[in-house]
Write a protein that binds this ligand. Structure first.
Ligand SMILES: Nc1ncnc2c1ncn2[C@@H]1O[C@H](COP(=O)(O)OP(=O)(O)OP(=O)(O)O)[C@@H](O)[C@H]1O
Ligand SMILES: [Mg+2]
Length: 242
């Protein structure tokens, strides 16, 4: 798997020693200058569809979809930390779309109405005319919000140039009529282990001090059970301990 792009990302900047003059600045100014190391999950977050580990089917489907996009609704379903939210962001980036991200628990009727209204206008960002509406943990949205989406998701009140993406760990929480308006795409990283160990090794080589003892990367990959976020968080901990 080619993660060269991420591996080329700059190191997080360390806080620099301030000069005497800088030390005299106000508290607010000082706070604005503090930079924190980036978590590995952010630093190595895939940006393009092809950069994800595993996920061969979603990558193939979405790469093809991006070549000839159309108004559509997807449900990305799969276990935590397999890349659903990140893949939605990568698709939006590939399409040059304006991304409207509704975080978990925020998808109520008012939020749905507002985003649907917004999507009837030309995007403010992105030159290619597409909106991507990303709703996380969508299976936990209220039934009123789900009902409010039924018409926008079918031909009775379609939203032009808009791709809806709902992420969830399970589709059981959705009504059948909602699901039947969506393309359900499964995110499975069952075949991940070897790739994940190799990926963790590249990250470790890049991030760890030269004399640090290499942790059991096979074990970290195995224990993560397909959850790349968990594996990277464990590696973050090992780096702190190194
Ligand atoms: N398939 C993958 N390839 C590479 N990195 C991944 C992959 N899946 C997850 N990650 C890493 O894990 C982090 C979290 O991924 P993301 O938030 O997209 O997972 P998720 O499937 O939406 O999880 P949840 O169900 O908990 O919301 C990403 O920032 C990325 O660093
Ligand atoms: Mg998510």
């Amino acid at each position: 798997m080619n993660n060269v792009r991420q591996l080329m990302a700059p190191f997080p900047t360390r806080r620099k020693r301030r000069t005497k003059y800088e030390r005299r600045s106000t508290k607010d100014e000082r706070q604005a200058t503090i930079t924190y190391p980036t978590p590995l999950t952010e630093k190595y977050r895939p940006a393009g569809i092809s950069e994800f580990l595993s996920l061969d089917r979603p990558k193939r489907v979405l790469a093809k979809f991006a070549q000839a996009p159309r108004a559509a609704a997807f449900v990305f379903v799969g276990p935590p930390g397999t890349g659903k939210t990140t893949m939605a962001q990568a698709l939006a980036k590939t399409l040059g779309a304006e991304l409207h991200h509704i975080a978990s628990q925020k998808a109520d009727v008012a939020a749905i109405d507002a985003v649907v209204t917004r999507c009837h206008y030309v995007p403010m960002f992105g030159a290619d005319g597409w909106h991507v509406v990303l709703i996380d943990e969508a299976d936990k949205m209220s039934s009123a919000a789900e009902l409010a989406l039924l018409s926008p998701l079918d031909s009775t009140a379609p939203v032009p140039n808009t791709i809806f993406i709902f992420t969830c760990n399970d589709t059981k929480g959705f009504e059948r009529r909602f699901l039947s308006r969506c393309i359900v795409l499964e995110f499975s990283t069952k075949d991940l282990n070897g790739d994940l160990t190799a990926f963790l090794r590249r990250v470790w080589q890049r991030e760890a001090p030269d004399d640090a003892r290499v942790p059991d990367l096979d074990l970290i990959a195995h224990d993560a059970e397909g959850n790349v976020r968990d594996a990277l968080n464990k590696l973050d901990l090992e780096l702190l301990a190194a």
